[in-house]
Design a protein around this ligand. Structure first.
Ligand code: F6R
Length: 593
């Protein structure tokens, strides 16, 4: 999704902006642009496609001395991904970048057109810069004009604006989309996430909804709630892997241990983060999320009911928001989000809070909007996930939900009830260490799965959400049609698609209803579907076998099959020549509804 950067200072502005945009590439984008205001001149550059195209465009440009600059990666919402629609948008003497959606842009545009303003793009953003310049006509200062502009806007936004009328300053506003201001030795930085700020800023302020103002080189100290920024760049590099996604698959065994750290011990489950929440009256749980996080939520519902014995419902956030849900104060609301910025999930949390439910978020990004909105948060500790297709974030979300299920069971019953889960968790994590032989085998197999008319990933019980996730991974990066289905449902309709052109990836855990799923697979095999079985025991009815480690608990099988499915998607996408880390049409952080 769109990303924003900004800089005020004496260093080379072009490179700071472009490097910052590169750090935001993982969010997904289809065009990019920067503009620099130095020595009274505004210079603007835009390009469609990758950042390298933008770099080529401004190759011969450099700016020395003090100046301000703004940059943007755009993920098209209003208007096609063209150079004209790319940000920054410009008026006569000002430039603007914007992340989010201006809902009332059409009425503002109509009003400005009547006043004689010309629009060249199809975007909602362009109204901001013209509105600002029109407000200046009746204002004493640029800040007054900017304030009036912001007061007119409805919707979600993070905005940076620079103008020749105030050449030392950047005007900013935040409502619903993330925006951070940082201060470092060499100046002031703006960004829509921490990543571009690491190594540059030492202190940051995470703006709140409704914050807006103007910033110059000396203004940072006046911002409230300043925090130290820590972190190093190493974790965001590829460590010798060709793709971030591959690196992230391989590091799951490490980050899962991080997730457990301090929370799981021989003497109990500890979730300090929940100490301020009274969970004694909780009668049921509602989990809410989007995409992969929704699949983790579904997996969580099996564990919460089975281990903690609490009735649990699961909701897709975009549906939940508008269904006029009946909410009970004794229900615990748990949102799950890797980024913590997903607009639908964030709004769902606000809705639950309004209905006086206790809210917990399971999130990978501290200080993100969802974390800040929730009463308490359980961080997944996966580290920065750069591959757009989520892998380690999913694994850690499932792990947190597992720990939470045990923690609640311990509270309701006793630690003795769930003590056995500790060793199963450790075994499961061990099995996420990628077995190179299995990877090689899947790589070879992948060549047989490039055609056909589609995939069904099937599983039962908690392996059903895993089947959904396996199918989502494949479709996201291979662009092949794939669906996840509960194995027992196939005969109620989808089996009509079974023929020799159908691929069926069957999740066949030895420790959970093996015979039942075997019968379901046989039904498909009898209709000539090509069966790829994931199991520890060889199943003679399969065409291909991906062998997972023999284990004694189905959760161990869950985590080893998760790895196999991620690699399966990865290898097919690589063979098809796709951009694994930045698949088409997708964004890492979906900040519009
Ligand atoms: C898929 C994927 C998406 C996200 C979804 C929600 O690989 O990453 O489906 O899971 O957009 O995002 P978060 O978890 O950031 O709320």
């Amino acid at each position: 999704m769109c990303g924003i950067v900004g800089y005020i200072g004496n260093n080379e502005k072009k490179s700071i902006l472009i490097n910052g945009l590169r750090e935001l590439e993982y969010r997904g984008y289809d065009s990019a642009g920067i503009s620099v205001l130095a020595e009274g001149n505004l210079n603007i550059f835009k390009a469609v496609g990758k950042i390298i195209n933008l770099e080529r465009k401004c190759e011969s440009f450099s700016s020395s001395g003090f100046g301000v600059g703004i940059g943007h990666t755009r993920w098209a919402t209003h208007g096609k991904p063209t150079e004209t629609n790319a940000h920054p948008h410009f008026g006569k003497f000002s430039n603007v970048v914007h992340n989010g959606i201006i809902e009332n842009y059409q009425s503002i545009k109509d009003m400005l057109i009547k006043k004689g303003y010309n629009f060249i793009s199809q975007t909602d953003t362009e109204v901001i810069v013209h509105l600002f310049e029109s407000m200046l006509e009746s204002s004493i200062t640029p800040l007054e004009a900017f304030t009036k502009t912001i007061n007119e806007l409805k919707g979600a936004y993070a905005i940076l604006l620079i103008t020749q009328k105030a050449p030392n300053e950047i005007f900013y506003a935040k409502n619903g989309s993330p925006l951070i201001i940082g201060k470092g030795q060499d100046g002031i930085y703006f960004s829509s996430s921490d990543t571009p700020l690491i190594g540059l800023a030492t202190e940051v302020c995470y703006l709140k909804d409704g914050d807006f103002g103007v910033m110059d080189l000396d203004g940072f100290a006046k911002l409230g709630d300043i925090k130290e920024l820590s972190g190093d760049k190493l974790s965001s590099q590829k460590d010798g892997f060709t793709f971030f996604m591959e690196k992230e698959i391989y590091e799951q065994h490490k980050v899962l241990l991080e997730t457990m750290m301090g929370r799981v011990g021989d003497d109990g489950f500890f979730l300090e983060e929940l100490s301020n929440i009274d969970l004694s009256n909780i009668k049921s749980i509602r989990l809410c999320a989007c995409g992969t996080s929704y699949h983790a939520a579904l997996a969580g519902s099996y564990m919460l009911e089975r281990i903690a014995k609490i009735s649990t419902k699961v909701e897709i956030a975009s549906e939940f928001r508008y269904k006029e849900p009946i909410l009970d104060e004794n229900e615990l609301f748990i949102s799950i989000s890797q980024s913590g910025e997903t607009a639908d999930t964030l709004e769902a949390v606000k809705l639950a809070k309004k209905a006086k439910l206790k809210t917990i978020s399971i999130c990978n990004v501290d200080n993100s909007s969802i974390v800040r909105e929730s009463d308490a948060s359980l961080l997944t500790r996966a580290g920065i996930e750069k591959g757009v297709a989520s892998t380690k974030a999913f694994a850690t979300q499932v792990m947190v939900l597992w720990i939470l299920s045990c923690y609640l069971a311990q509270k309701r019953f006793s630690f003795a009830e769930v003590k056995g889960q500790v060793q199963i968790m450790l075994n499961a994590i061990k099995l996420t260490e990628v077995n190179k032989k299995m990877h090689e085998k899947i790589k070879r197999l992948s060549r047989r799965y490039l055609h056909g008319h589609g995939f069904f990933f099937i599983g039962r019980d908690i392996f059903y959400p895993l089947a959904l996730e396996g199918a989502l991974k494949l479709k996201e990066i291979s662009y092949l049609h794939a669906e996840g289905y509960p194995s027992g449902e196939m005969k109620h309709g989808p089996i009509a698609l079974a023929d020799s052109g159908l691929f069926c990836v069957a999740l066949m855990p030895k420790n959970l209803m093996y015979d039942k799923i075997k019968s379901n697979v046989e039904e498909l095999s009898a209709r000539d579907a090509m069966i790829c079985a994931l199991s520890s025991e060889y199943y003679e009815g399969c065409d291909d076998w991906i062998e997972v480690c023999d284990s004694s608990h189905y959760m161990e099988e869950f985590f080893s099959m998760m790895i196999a499915l991620q690699i399966f998607a990865l290898e097919i996408a690589i063979r098809l020549g796709n951009d694994v880390d930045m698949p088409r049409n997708l964004a890492k952080s979906v900040t519009v509804e």
